[in-house]
Design a protein around this ligand. Structure first.
Ligand SMILES: Cc1ncc(COP(=O)(O)O)c(C=O)c1O
Length: 479
């Protein structure tokens, strides 16, 4: 052991630095509860400034002042716990799951094979089974945790291909044209998955949406017949629960029935909204999700867990072994299913104990915490929509389903083109001011301000203040 290695592993230094960091995070957690909490949701730094600052910081290496390093990182990060954070779809993690993550990082068991992650592999399966039960899946359902919704969707679609394609693509490569059908408002990762699988433009059939940006399920039959007549082999439909931009939920029951009729795979991209299944009040919004063959659900978006933690569950557990072969892999290899050797079913070989973070929440608080949280933030979404409706200067893009709300500053007598410019400037100005953090999206050519309410510390009063600020900034914009 060299002197430097000895220093790097020093227990007393770790103890001191760890205590100091936990104190710093706990202080932050305490501060955001105070009504006079002064800091804004973000101290925005332009990318070149940030690069310069960190480049200078790195020049101080070797620098043992870890507290300074952590403070710098905190200062240049969005404060998800700030009541005025109303931006992207990511929740402030519950502290116990952060501690579980720290433990997982420290243990660093790789999890590719069972014995290199016994606790991690077992707890992640129990999380997946908890999700399966909550979705109303049958006994034979199974699943695992993977690194994000993007990867979960691709994984599910590879299983769909293994199960439904007429030829053995895994063995012989692609021959005919395969395709799936999905709402035109679906997350771009579905489009990417199609292209990664080599299906190209023709492999993604985009179904138009209605006024609330939900898939026009009534058009599925016609689109399917047209594709089939053109020699395309449609193997799956992906339902969005919900879409990213507007939080719109497709008619999952309707899609499920359609898939059953045509023997198609039904995948639900529930990265954001499948979590509504945990809410006693909002579960009806995902009615029909139990008809899916596979569902992806991000714990880091709506279930209070650090990034990136996604449950991918299969209604028929055997299908979870088909991702990397045409047959269920354990059959192919003439082995038992081996739920405990995760790498058989996941893209990742080495993997952190990501499921353990979600497990720590379920074990500590029960799924009741998810119910309370999802219900609270969706209620908050409806509160914001009500407040927008009361202001003449603002227009809602649509009635929200959950905690994603799109609206725009749109006083009478201003042209569409000017409104886009004004709203873009409002968003940029608010980003640079940093009091609030909200984002923007384009819907049918119109630029909207977009809020996702994920912070349980946000109150109705913060939302009133947000709308006052939007209007004040909008009134001041000259175009
Ligand atoms: C509907 C939907 N699907 C998939 C994703 C991608 O998930 P992840 O960021 O976990 O890869 C997102 C992210 O915003 C999403 O909203």
């Amino acid at each position: 052991m060299t002197e430097l290695l000895n220093q790097a592993y020093a227990a007393d230094t770790f103890r001191r630095q760890g205590h100091a960091l936990i104190d710093q995070l706990a202080d932050y957690l305490e501060a955001v509860r105070r009504p006079d909490y002064p800091a804004g949701a973000i101290d925005f730094h332009f990318p070149e400034d940030s690069l310069q600052q960190w480049t200078e910081d790195l020049r101080t290496a070797p620098n043992p002042d870890v507290a300074d390093l952590f403070t710098r990182a905190m200062d240049q990060s969005v404060r998800l716990l700030h009541p005025q954070y109303v931006g992207h779809q990511i929740s402030p993690p519950v502290p116990v799951s952060v501690l579980a993550g720290l433990l997982g990082d420290f243990l660093n068991n790789g999890m590719g094979v069972y014995e290199m992650g016994m606790a991690g592999s077992t707890t992640e399966r129990l999380v997946a089974l908890t999700v399966a039960r909550q979705l109303g899946f049958p006994e034979e359902a199974d699943g695992f945790i993977t690194s994000g919704g993007t990867l979960a969707n691709l994984t599910a679609l590879l299983s769909a291909r293994g199960r439904k394609a007429s030829s053995n693509i895994w063995k012989s490569g692609s021959k005919g044209q395969l395709a799936l059908m999905v709402s035109e408002e679906a997350h771009y990762c579905v489009d990417r998955a199609v292209r990664i699988m080599g299906w190209g433009d023709a492999g993604i059939i985009k179904v138009p949406v209605d006024d609330r940006y939900c898939m026009r399920t009534d058009l599925l039959e016609a689109y399917y017949q047209e594709a089939t007549a053109a020699g395309i082999e449609v193997i799956a439909v992906v339902g969005s629960a919900c879409t990213t931009a507007t939080g719109s939920f497709d008619d999952l029951a309707g899609i499920g029935d359609f898939c059953r009729r045509h023997d198609l795979w039904f995948h639900v991209d529930g990265a954001h909204g499948a979590a509504l299944a945990f809410s006693g009040k909002y579960a009806p919004v995902v009615r029909g999700i139990d008809k899916a063959d596979s569902v992806a659900m991000d714990f880091h978006k709506m279930l209070l867990t650090p990034s990136i933690t996604t449950a991918l569950v299969f209604r028929n557990g055997a299908d979870s072994y088909r991702t990397f072969s045409q047959e269920a892999q354990y059959l192919f290899n003439r082995e038992e299913p081996e739920w405990f050797n995760m790498a058989k079913r996941t893209f990742e070989c080495t993997k952190l104990m990501i499921g353990f973070k979600a497990y720590s929440i379920i074990r500590t608080y029960g799924t009741k915490l998810f119910d309370e949280y999802v219900t609270l933030v969706c209620d908050l979404g409806h509160t914001l929509a009500d407040q927008v409706r009361k202001r003449n200067e603002l227009t809602l893009a649509m009635e929200p389903f959950c905690n994603i709300i799109c609206f725009r500053y749109a006083p009478a007598g201003v042209s569409e083109e000017q409104l886009n410019e004004i709203n873009e400037r409002i968003r940029q100005r608010m980003l640079e001011d940093g009091d609030f953090y909200l984002v923007q999206t384009r819907l049918k050519g119109k630029l909207y301000l977009r809020c996702t309410l994920t912070n349980p510390f946000t109150k109705a009063g913060d939302l009133e203040k947000l709308l006052d600020t939007v209007i004040a900034v909008g009134n001041g914009v000259q175009v």
